[in-house]
Design a protein around this ligand. Sequence first.
Ligand code: CR6
Length: 810
Amino acid sequence: MKTWQDKEEFKRLFTEKAYRLWEKELQELTLNEVYQTIAYMIRDLVSEDWIRTNQSYAAKKVKQVYYFSIEFLMGRLLESNLLNVDMDNICRDGLKDLGWDLEDVIPAERDPGLGNGGLGRLAACFIDSLAALSLPGHGNSIRYQYGLFNQRIVDNQQVELPDNWLSKGYPWEVKKVDKAVYVRFGGNAYMRPTGDGHLECVHEQFSTVKAVPYDVPIIGCHNDTVNTLRLWRAEYSREEVYKELSMGDRHRAFRYKDSVQQISRFLYPDDSTEDGRRLRLMQEYFFVSAGVQSIVRHYKQKYGESIYRFAQYVAIHINDTHPALVIPELMRIFMDEEGLSWQSAWEITVRTVAYTNHTILPEALEKWSIPMFKDLLPRIYLIIEEINNRWLQEVRRRYPGDENKARDVAILWDGQIHMAHLSVLGSHSVNGVAEIHSQILKDSTLHQFYTCFPQRFSNKTNGISHRRWLIEANPKLASLIDDTIGDKWRKTPARLSELMAYKDDASFKEQLAKVKTERKEWLARYIKDKYNQDIRTDSIFDIQIKRIHLYKRQTLNILHILHLYFLLKDNPSMKITPRTYLFGGKAAASYGEAKETIRLINVVSHMINSDRTVNQQLKVLFLENYNVSLGQMLFPAADVSEQISTAGKEASGTGNMKFMMNGAITLGTMDGANVEIHRLIGDDNCVIFGLRADEVMNYYVRGGYSSWKMYSSDPEIRRLMDALVDGTVGGDYFGLLYESFLEKNDEYFVLKDFKAYCEAQKEIAKRYGNKSDWLRASVVNIAQSGYFSSDRTIEQYANDIWHLKPSKHD
Ligand code: CR6
């Protein structure tokens, strides 16, 4: 790995580079130009390693994994890459001499908004771990011109502004024009006999879209590995435009150009709820087909092995079902282009592909209408139809007369294509993302498939990159840990458990408290600057940051805050432990209840923050535009981590792990990875409340819950519900939420869990009162968080699913 020898060399190279890039005096550079200059310098450092990494994978013919995900929520790369190449100090010192502070330069990088939430961030942590572990693995996705919207709060409401993240250029990407491929849409496809008794497919009158890759280096931490995140951009093909023009149809030519440019223009703002239809399907096939074609081409060129050995060298992972068309696309290439039989093509496909499910919410399981699909992807449709026919034949043979079984496992049913079913059938491995979630998949969501292929199912509990979420986000905590147990945990995060020996060490706990306070002060300054609000750093920082969704129950949190407010107003002399409640998260633009939740939080926040009789004890704030970078500021400052989804609904969660690693105490339900957090640290070190997943399930199946009954029998709940519609809360009206709690019988059991949540909040306050015990719990959380490093998760994927080995170049 190339490095800068010292700060003098850094300064010399910086000056040269900056002149060449910007053609101006150093003093005139904007912070963004400074950031870009350093980014290009890092690119120079790693370019040789990037080339060598690829050469050596090909030369040694190692197996490689391609992680297909419709989102990669990368966050800023400047700081993490400086840490990865171990040049952060030289860069900081050099910049200082030149008159800049690295801490001012870092925020000049815009977060690429190429993801919605957990699923996209997970993909980013995974490719970080792959590179850190010297594993041959790459990402494949779309280069959206506009990321998820930027969120502003105007009049208490969310307003969505376009996120034109590329406007100033993106120094980390390299456009590879020569690696473009062509993707086909539309036209007619049919089978015709070849004359020798076989059938071949004819696909005609399709239109072609050019897919151009932009590669981003994924730099391993202190090793020489540089893997690739390949992002595809759609361009129109000139030939296609000329063809239309030469036939005299200008309108068709324009329509074609326009529809092509749409493909990689926007990231869809749906996080577990359904949204865009036809265009979304085009996006999915676009990046899948481009990715698969380039993998096959590379395999043939560089590996020179028979296509029959494909699965020996290539693993393709599909992150949820958005890339599930990998399965029929591989079939298409193997049969139509490589001339394989159906049987061989299917065997290789299944051995190549592995699938992770990320949700059991029925509305989030992808389904496509057959007529639309057929129209857009006729050849792919024929393949899916054949997969379905063969599969149902087999099912009917295995379970004669059992039409229920056939219905439960069909890919085509009710005029729709069921993508989760296609994914399970076309993969050799299916996993959930936390133990409880994987169990629910086996027991209910995919139960019928589980009975057919029990050996395919496994669990891989999610993880987070401890490099980004601890070392980068909380450097003082990281060095305190170094000073205490040495720095081996940085490479082997499981060794954080050595901190257990310090859970009763007064001096260590004191230093930990100091680090936490500093981070709370830093956040308080940010809030003062941006929102002109004073928050007390001796209050409990209680934080809920995640997408806004009814099942995540931000409503439960805000209703409890309103309840505390009522208590304080009714009893003016009452004293509570001072609390600061912070919220952050985006609502899908079309999700009425989620947007109303944001409005409720903001209205309550104004009411409380401006009321002098309570605002010394209670503060509430909604922080706008929650993203990776804001997260890096919030997790280290938290005392309490709100993980309060309805049990059984949150597949895993990963924010819970980020809080834990930074020493916050979880206040949560027995859901997702909270279950495993709780098992690792025990009741003393987290606060668990509420219905369990089986109880929730029982109510759904057997009934027996009436939110109206709660309303009539519990005066506190009645008061809160009435407040939503009678103007008590800022004179505003919250009809959708009222309806969801009462008219729709409170599908997510907010009222049912309300009492238990109030008790849990009291328990938090009580524990916070005992400083030494609180700090002990904080130490235990950090010490046990090593399990949740994505390095552990990726090792499990590599060993159990991909059968991948680390590979270093010379
Ligand atoms: N919304 C799950 O809901 C999980 C992540 C990553 C989610 C969440 O519990 O932690 O995936 N699911 O596995 C989907 O996006 C479909 C999410 O982020």
